[in-house]
Design a protein around this ligand. Structure first.
Ligand SMILES: Nc1ncnc2c1ncn2[C@@H]1O[C@H](COP(=O)(O)OP(=O)(O)OP(=O)(O)O)[C@@H](O)[C@H]1O
Ligand SMILES: [Mg+2]
Length: 166
């Protein structure tokens, strides 16, 4: 059975950066809505379409996990109820599910987003949007974190795989 890694955090927290590193480390599949919505010409700020797209992508991710793959989910996952829905659906198919939390202060996230906004092809987020989104952020508490499986890493001492220390 596969593994699902939920990456949660507000814009600019570094989710996509972390997800790409995990994908390389774990030979995983990256579910990143922006990477599909933008080439399809769909406004990534269109909440209704984004939500529908994420639900389709999530179903696809569950199927990949059923086939034994590791899937890194880069959806934001700002709310507790959304994280719980994904966790329960992942468990229902027998997948392991882990949570990675990036809780970065607004000032630092705005510094990062402002720099990223200047890059060609960036999904531009204004400071007003970033501030407006704050009210939706529900950082996972200790009880919620305890509901997830511990991370499994291929590299480093004590993990399984070709680099494992016996
Ligand atoms: N730990 C870090 N320290 C400094 N800069 C970082 C760090 N992680 C990511 N960045 C930079 O900050 C910017 C935002 O990171 P990233 O795109 O990964 O965030 P995100 O959480 O995916 O944001 P969004 O929700 O808007 O997609 C990028 O330009 C990235 O290079
Ligand atoms: Mg991102």
């Amino acid at each position: 059975m596969g593994r699902i890694v939920l990456v949660c955090g507000m814009p600019g927290a570094g989710k996509t950066t972390l997800a790409r590193a995990l994908v390389a480390e774990l030979d995983a599949v990256h579910l990143c809505p922006d990477e599909w919505l933008v080439p399809l010409g769909i406004d990534p700020h269109d909440a209704r379409r984004r939500d529908r797209f994420e639900r389709l992508q999530w179903r696809h991710g569950l199927r990949l996990a059923e086939l034994g793959l590791t899937v890194v989910v880069d959806f934001g996952l700002w709310s507790r109820v959304e994280r719980r829905r994904l966790r329960e659906q992942a468990r229902a198919i027998g997948a392991d599910v882990e949570l990675r939390v990036l809780d970065v202060p607004l000032a630092e996230r705005w510094r990062r987003v402002a720099a990223r906004n200047a890059e060609p092809g960036a999904v531009v987020i204004s400071r007003e949007q970033l501030v407006d989104y704050e009210r939706w952020w529900q950082p996972p508490d200790a009880a919620e974190r305890a509901a997830y499986d511990a991370p499994v890493r291929r590299s480093g001492a004590g993990t399984s795989g070709p680099n494992a220390v016996p």
